[in-house]
Design a protein around this ligand. Structure first.
Ligand code: ZN
Ligand code: ZN
Ligand code: ZN
Length: 379
């Protein structure tokens, strides 16, 4: 095992960063005809304030950002000191509520009674129903439905964090090629991947897919007790969070010498991934990335075996908008970061997927994963 890589913490985001993000969010809400945003704990609240309560409990915490007005956050009184210490605390007014009082009544006072609000996707139904009881004339829409691009455009500090997470995933891949595959279970190799991600600075491991042989043909297979054999294709898809930002990369390796067919399928996926990457350009529609990558696979005769979208956004979470999928007509813009991950899945036999995270620049794309796409041979 290599030495622990030294990871210097990036400079934290400042209150000015959060204020700017909130202003942009308020403007987007206004443009969408909304009265504002209602944010409960989760990635959107973290993005806009730096605040992540230690535990998400049944007591409501909600940031209200009016599209035209001053932000305020309602918090349980016992959590007020934590909220006061949030990096963006100076950007909103704090309103606390005590047990025994009605928190929805207090929250409703901050809202426009006839307004339409975008609400965090993961807000508890209990809280939304409580608000609806108070304000029967206001209406609500899910954040991802109303403002899917809220966090989609990353600033340079965010791209730097994503690049650091990508580099750590690349180091993980470099090391996993040295471990033994044949005779060990998928679970064993997955444990190696998780340990390596942490060793290279990840604070959270979100997934470690090891799909060997026929298991690789199921894109949703994570891991199992199957013992990896000589002759297996193995899909390795792993990622998590480093410095709060996500990694997500896939390479498909082979145990021992591959067959002609395995080489051919792998090569088609490699070309599809490259074509998707080459197509990245500000101003094209997201669906274009999917179309370009899919065309390579379809032309090679494997179109029926590429059974998922080509990519997804990444940032504070490992899966988020924008999606590289047919029907997504939003335009690619500089600062967007997303995966390009075409695959071919031959049921009962094997699968191949190759995935890099890409960030959009003024004139194209930049890969945040740099490891070779050629099929690596492992033992
Ligand atoms: Zn094989
Ligand atoms: Zn992945
Ligand atoms: Zn992915």
């Amino acid at each position: 095992m290599p030495e622990q890589s030294r990871t210097t913490e990036p400079a934290p985001f400042t209150a000015d960063d959060f204020a700017l993000r909130q202003q942009r969010a308020a403007r987007a809400a206004l443009d969408a005809g909304l009265a504002g945003l209602l944010l409960t704990p989760g990635p959107d609240l973290l993005y806009l304030t730096g605040y992540a309560p230690v535990a998400i409990t049944e007591r409501i915490t909600m940031l209200v950002i009016p599209s035209d007005g001053e932000p305020a956050m309602i918090v349980p009184k016992l959590e007020r000191p934590d909220a006061e210490n949030a990096p963006g605390a100076s950007t909103f007014q704090l309103v606390d509520w005590t047990d025994g009082s009605d928190p929805y009544e207090a929250t409703a006072k901050l809202l426009d009674a006839t307004g339409r609000y975008a609400v965090s996707d993961s807000a508890w139904a209990m809280h939304l129903l409580g608000l609806q009881d108070q304000l029967a004339t206001s209406s609500y829409v899910a954040m991802t439905t109303a403002l899917p691009m809220l966090r989609a455009i990353k600033d340079s500090d965010e791209v730097e964090r994503l690049a650091a997470a990508g580099a750590a995933a690349d180091q993980t891949y470099g090391e996993i090629l040295k471990v033994r595959f044949a005779g060990r279970s998928e679970t064993d190799v997955a444990a190696d991947l998780a340990a390596l991600l942490r060793q290279f600075g990840h604070s959270q491991v979100d997934f470690t897919v090891v799909g060997s042989g026929p298991n690789g043909a199921n894109p949703h297979h994570e891991i199992g007790d199957r013992i990896i054999e000589n002759g297996d294709m193995v899909v390795l898809d792993f990622g998590g969070l480093k410095h709060g930002y996500g990694s997500d990369t896939t390479r498909t390796v082979h145990v021992g010498e591959p067959s002609e067919e395995e080489r051919e399928v792998h090569d088609v996926v490699r070309q599809a991934q490259q074509a998707g990457f080459d197509a990245v350009q500000p101003g094209i529609e997201c669906q274009e990335i999917d179309r370009v990558a899919r065309a390579v696979i379809t032309e090679a005769g494997y179109g029926d075996y590429f059974i998922h979208r080509t990519g997804h956004g990444i940032g504070l979470t490992t899966h988020e908008p924008p999606y590289m999928v047919e029907g997504e007509t939003r335009l690619i813009q500089p600062g967007m970061c997303f995966s390009i991950e075409p695959g071919i899945y031959l049921p009962g036999r094997f699968g191949v997927r190759i995935e890099d995270i890409v960030t959009v620049t003024e004139d194209g794309g930049r890969r945040l994963n740099q490891t070779p796409h050629e099929m690596a041979i492992v033992e």
